[in-house]
Design a protein around this ligand. Structure first.
Ligand SMILES: [Zn+2]
Ligand SMILES: [Zn+2]
Length: 316
């Protein structure tokens, strides 16, 4: 399976302020001018060696992941990142009204549905979409978002075929060559983690979740549910200190993701759902802190900790 990230930011789409862009440009040049290793190198080779947060950006769009399994298209969440995915899918069969995709929702907070009316393939007659969640009323929730008081275009105007399904919790559902299982998570209004398995490979999507002393039973359950996955994409909205400060806000930290991954025997953690106030620099620092946390607590582990960024692709 191939996984591509289209939106990795939490809460609200976030673009850097003009002064942040300027600060970043200055840091970019200072880093090059001060670094002796770059002397005599071409710019493209310098760019290859530079830290990611100085030369690029993790991205400001809210959650959307795309998974391709053989010729099946799966979409997880319809945050603002889904808009870009729509443009790319339009170049394929979705542009001719021959596309079929399944869309899964972790939950229906704004940041996970706000891109829904901006996904062009929904408007092309002939395309077929199946929507899945653990809510019995996912269609109603999406229709409410398109209420004329909030948005000018109704769901009827989206001329693709749409069907809505409710998944049973912790009952793996088979779709051709892959299986999907969902688990309820602690988050205001609930959220759902997904475990996607195909041909011996397992991907876990677990965002918008908080574990604290009030729900440790759920933590053990999650460790069991995620067991043996190849990759977990996990809610790293906060630093550890912020997470302790913002108890019951419904989010986690890199450290929590690392602890879960270690106990579930998962070798790769993708940090995800960054707080809108987190600059690229701060995200890079959170990754560094996460890696040293892992090295201190689990020195023998070869776990990889990476930050999600828009356009990032993982193949399993
Ligand atoms: Zn969210
Ligand atoms: Zn949420």
């Amino acid at each position: 399976m191939k996984i591509k990230y289209y939106g990795v930011r939490g809460s609200i789409p976030t673009s850097p302020l003009p002064e942040e862009v300027q600060k970043k440009s200055v840091s970019f040049f200072i880093h090059i001018l001060k670094n002796q290793d770059y002397k005599g190198l071409k710019l493209k080779d310098i760019l290859k060696k530079m830290p990611f947060h100085l030369k690029s950006s993790y991205g400001g769009n809210t959650p959307c992941l795309y998974i391709k399994i053989k010729d099946e298209h799966l979409i997880f969440d319809a945050g603002s990142g889904i808009r870009q995915l729509g443009f790319e899918l339009m170049k394929e069969e979705f542009g001719q009204g021959k596309g079929k995709a399944r869309v899964f929702f972790s939950h229906t907070h704004w940041d996970h549905i706000q891109g829904f009316p901006f996904f062009i393939p929904f408007f092309i007659p002939g395309n077929q979409f199946e929507f899945y969640s653990c809510y019995p009323d996912i269609e109603e929730r999406l229709r409410k978002q398109l209420n004329p008081q909030h948005f000018p275009i109704s769901m009827e105007y989206m001329q693709s075929k749409k069907k809505f399904f409710t998944l049973k919790l912790e009952k793996p559902k088979k779709f051709g060559s892959f299986t999907i299982n969902a688990m309820k998570q602690n988050h205001p209004g609930d959220s759902f983690a997904y475990r996607v398995e195909e041909d011996g490979k397992t991907f876990v999507y677990s965002t918008d979740v908080e574990y604290n002393e009030k729900n440790y039973d759920q933590l053990y359950k999650a460790i069991d549910f995620f067991k043996g996955a190849d990759v977990i994409t996990f809610d790293a909205q906060y630093t550890l200190m912020e997470a302790l400060d913002k108890m019951d806000w419904g989010h986690s930290s890199a450290q929590m993701g690392i602890d879960i991954a270690h106990n579930s025997n998962i070798r790769k953690v993708v940090l995800f759902h960054y707080d809108p106030t987190n600059s690229d620099e701060k995200i890079a620092e959170m990754v560094k802190v996460g890696i040293s946390y892992k090295n201190k607590l689990y020195p023998d582990s070869d776990m990889e900790i990476i930050p999600a960024y828009e356009g990032m692709v993982i193949e399993l």
